[in-house]
Design a protein around this ligand. Structure first.
Ligand code: ADP
Length: 471
């Protein structure tokens, strides 16, 4: 409905503007045509009279033979003869020319034609002047020339042309112009309407697809409006890309929910089994203690998972829970390393070497989790009697925290996957993890505008580098 109304509005606006432009062009064109035609008419009139000027001559005397031989017109005039050459054109290109004797009294037409001779008699003769007379609604232009030939004092040539002559031309021009302009107008309006329709059709496809998605929750829906590079195609393209991202994010979210449920199911089952066993079968204190320890361990696992999920939610929403301040990264790393060096696991030795006073803009709680996770993994995946090297360095305005171990390492093709949510290289390598540790590390690094880089060789060890701008 909306599309149609936009289409109608576009067409209407376009048509009205076009009609105004066409009308204005028509009026201007007609004014110009009229002026040009009138100018041409007056030139024709002037030329006709001027050309006839030399054809009228006076002779004192004339030989009879001469009169007989040629076809010129001779008439007695004053005390001589007036000769009008046969080249004198009385009617040419709509112009009527007549020779007048304008002796005192009244002008008398002595040769030629004048369709309004009676009326123009009253019109005074004026050399080289253009005059205009209107009679019976028709406009006439008059042009007079006095004949300058010795012996002739009052002989004039008067040319008359009717305006109907050029009105006819103007009419023809107007008719042709109107037909052409109306044809252009119809083609433009119809074309405009079709183009507007074509432009808006994809928008209604987009609307249909969007409402289909919102009704049916089908994130697989895409808009197909064919090939094109205009704005509407760009819109459809952006919409499709958005749907693609939503689909991936939604699938990811579903996968995560299912993974988390799965992770929670194991400790819950263990807790339930242990509780039931202790309640039904046992009456010894040691059994109760064992059962409670298992419950505590499993509850701890669940608590960690739930806490991690809460942190992700807060990081993802950028909720403002985690404030960043200027903090001494070296101090935090040294303090955590000192504490973790006390872990007596597999005889692994931890060494820490940090450039003093490396300041960054960070959240102490989150950065501590990042460090603990990286060192924790180095222990988890370290080999017996192995080593862990923790370092903090500064280079070109960036601080680098590296946690390196000589443990089991990671296969090359696994490296890009390890920081994915809940990804574990091989669950048999570790039964304590959930695959959320490195994902958390990556999220925390990104929250600080930093990044995590991994270098690792299977069976040789791994190196995790956290890069962050210095304060
Ligand atoms: P998990 O809970 O399984 O430790 P993480 O996200 O911390 O999950 O790690 C993902 C995977 O990356 C682990 O399953 C492990 O195989 C591998 N990994 C992480 N750190 C190391 C390391 N220092 N050495 C070898 N493998 C590691």
């Amino acid at each position: 409905m909306k599309g149609r109304s936009i289409r109608t509005r576009v067409t209407l606006w376009f048509s009205v503007s076009l009609i105004i432009v066409v009308l204005l062009s028509f009026i201007s064109f007609m004014i110009v045509s009229r002026t040009v035609v009138e100018k041409t008419t007056l030139n024709i009139l002037r030329d006709a009279v001027e050309n006839n000027l030399d054809e009228v001559e006076f002779h004192d005397e004339i030989i009879n033979d001469e009169m007989d031989q040629d076809s010129d017109y001779y008439m007695k005039y004053s005390d001589g003869w007036l000769e009008i050459d046969d080249d004198f054109l009385s009617s040419v290109n709509g112009v009527y020319c007549a020779v007048y004797d304008v002796s005192p009294g009244c002008p008398e037409l002595i040769y030629g034609e004048n369709p309004i001779a009676d009326i123009t008699k009253a019109c005074e003769f004026s050399n080289r002047d253009l005059q205009k007379i209107v009679t019976d609604g028709v406009e006439y232009h008059i042009y007079d020339r006095k004949v300058r030939s010795e012996g002739l004092k009052n002989v004039w040539i008067r040319g008359v042309i009717s305006d109907e002559q050029n009105a006819g031309d103007v009419h023809t021009i107007a008719e042709i112009t109107i037909i052409i302009l109306i044809a252009i107008l119809i083609i433009a309006i119809l074309g405009g309407n079709i183009i507007a329709g074509r432009m808006l059709n994809p928008i209604s496809s987009i609307t249909k697809a969007a409402s289909k998605i919102s009704r049916g929750n089908d994130l697989k829906e895409r808009i197909d409006i064919g090939e094109g590079k205009d704005e509407v195609h760009e819109l459809a393209d952006s919409f499709n890309k958005m749907m693609e991202r939503l689909e991936v994010a939604f699938a990811d979210e579903q996968q995560f929910t299912s993974d988390v449920s799965h992770e929670l199911r194991t400790p819950i089952s263990v807790i339930m089994a242990q509780s039931e066993f202790a309640l039904e079968n046992s009456n010894k204190e040691d059994d109760y203690i064992d059962a409670l320890e298992t419950v505590k361990r499993q509850a701890g696992k669940m608590s960690k998972l739930v806490n991690d999920m809460l942190t992700f939610a807060r990081l993802g929403r950028n909720s403002g829970v985690y404030e960043k301040i200027k903090m001494n990264l070296s101090e935090v790393v040294e303090s955590i390393s000192e504490d973790m060096a006390l872990i007596e696991e597999k005889g692994i030795k931890l060494e820490c070497e940090a450039e003093p006073d490396v300041f960054v803009n960070g959240n102490r709680e989150l950065l501590s989790r990042l460090i603990v996770n990286l060192i924790g993994n180095a222990y988890k995946y370290g080999k017996d009697e192995g080593h862990i090297w923790v370092k903090v360095k500064v280079a070109e305005g960036k601080a680098y925290l590296t946690v390196e171990d000589d443990g089991i390492g990671i296969a090359e093709d696994e490296i890009p996957k390890i920081s994915k949510r809940m990804y574990q290289v091989d669950s048999s390598r570790n039964d304590k993890g959930s695959g959320l540790g490195l994902y958390m590390v990556k999220e925390i690094a990104e929250f600080h505008g930093g990044r995590i880089m991994v270098e690792s060789r299977l069976n040789h060890g791994s190196k995790f580098i956290f890069e962050i701008s210095t304060f």
